[in-house]
Design a protein around this ligand. Structure first.
Ligand SMILES: C=CC1=C(C)c2cc3[nH]c(cc4nc(cc5[nH]c(cc1n2)c(C)c5CCC(=O)O)C(CCC(=O)O)=C4C)c(C)c3C=C
Ligand SMILES: [Fe+2]
Ligand SMILES: [Fe+2]
Length: 321
């Protein structure tokens, strides 16, 4: 039996400061995410960030929480369910790098159900050590404890894959067709990263630009590329999404649409930071019309893309049989 494990970032269990503190404590203690020596970083994390940030972040989570819980958790679960329905011969599951469902628990469960081969699929189109690599690391750390390990494949980054670019084009065009206005600019916002990771050899920035270039060609229109969610005092990738949204109206761009192709599921970073706060920033700066275009999520286009990417990896196993 073959198992497929969809992996995303993780999210708090509840939109409350205590749950957010637990989540951020695990997330921001990951040396793949914060590349500062532990002895220097932990006092800042424990003494400054964890006593203050969870209250503010919990407020952001509260604004996007639904009956199904955190959007990231709910959408990832739906993606796994839809993929399972489309691929009845394999066992599809999902896990989160931080929090639950834990990667180790789901690998254990897949193995127990007879999966001797597992495809790890971190759902990040653009490779980044802080996302893709740490998800795989966590899975390999579990394998290190197993006497009888399953065989493993990992889903490569798909930032330039025609299936991904095609799905984005279809999704963006469908969303734009539903708008009641014609945007003068289409802003493409990726999650930011410290600028330093670029010079250290992380391909993330280049992958983001390649996605934007291919999407621009596919749509036949120019895009404004930005990076969001700056964290900490270091220099992050630029231009920043919030600064760009604030500056566009003075340049005569009063109507914008914004999309976040680096997120495979809508989450607090898209629904709160872009759709709520980004909108406020733009309209308060003199913009007149703002539209946030949803992520691929478990849409028809998004699921068709996932089926293509995953079936291609599985073919390496099934064709050999
Ligand atoms: C899509 C790719 C992502 C990259 C690259 C990334 C890097 C990165 N993020 C932080 C800090 C935070 N990110 C937070 C939320 C968050 N980040 C991603 C994705 C990427 N992060 C997602 C999908 C989410 C949403 C989770 C959810 O529950 O909906 C947060 C938490 C929210 C907050 O408090 O603002 C933080 C903090 C760093 C430092 C970093 C790279 C070094
Ligand atoms: Fe993040
Ligand atoms: Fe954010």
């Amino acid at each position: 039996m073959i198992g497929v494990l969809l992996i995303n970032l993780g999210t708090p269990e509840a939109p409350e400061p205590a749950a957010v503190r637990t989540y951020l404590g695990e997330f921001l203690s990951d040396p793949r995410v914060i590349e500062i020596p532990k002895w220097a970083w932990q006092p800042i994390l424990r003494g400054v960030i964890l006593p203050t940030r969870p209250r503010k972040s919990a407020e952001a989570y509260r604004q996007v929480w639904s009956e199904e819980g955190s959007p990231l958790a709910a959408i990832t679960a739906r993606q796994a369910k839809a993929l399972q329905a489309a691929l009845p011969d394999v066992r599809v599951d999902h896990a989160m790098r931080y929090g639950r469902p834990a990667i180790a628990d789901r690998i254990e469960a897949l193995k127990r159900e007879g999966c001797e081969r597992i495809l790890l699929a971190p759902l990040y189109p653009q490779y980044c050590a802080a996302t893709t690599a740490t998800a795989n690391d966590k899975a390999f750390a579990k394998l290190a404890t197993m006497r009888w390990q399953p065989a493993i494949r990992t889903l490569p980054p798909y930032y330039d894959d025609p299936a991904y670019i095609g799905a984005l084009k279809e999704s963006v065009e469908a969303s734009l067709a539903r708008l009641g206005f014609e945007p003068q600019a289409l802003v493409v916002s990726f999650h930011g990263m410290p600028e330093r990771t670029r010079t250290l050899g992380d391909p993330y920035y280049d992958h983001c630009l390649a996605t934007a270039r291919l999407l621009s060609q596919a749509l036949g229109r120019e895009l404004v590329v930005t990076f969001q969610s700056r964290f900490g005092r270091a220099q992050w990738l630029e231009p920043a999404t919030d600064v760009t949204l604030a500056a566009l109206p003075a340049k005569g761009v009063k109507r914008v649409a914004i999309v976040a192709p680096g997120f495979s599921a809508d989450c607090v970073e898209t629904l709160e930071e872009l759709d709520i706060r980004g909108r406020e920033t733009f309209l308060e700066s003199g913009g007149t019309d703002f539209a946030y275009l949803p992520c691929l999520n478990d849409s028809e286009a998004g699921m068709a893309m996932l089926r293509t990417l995953i079936a291609r990896e599985l073919a390496g196993w099934t064709e050999a049989k």
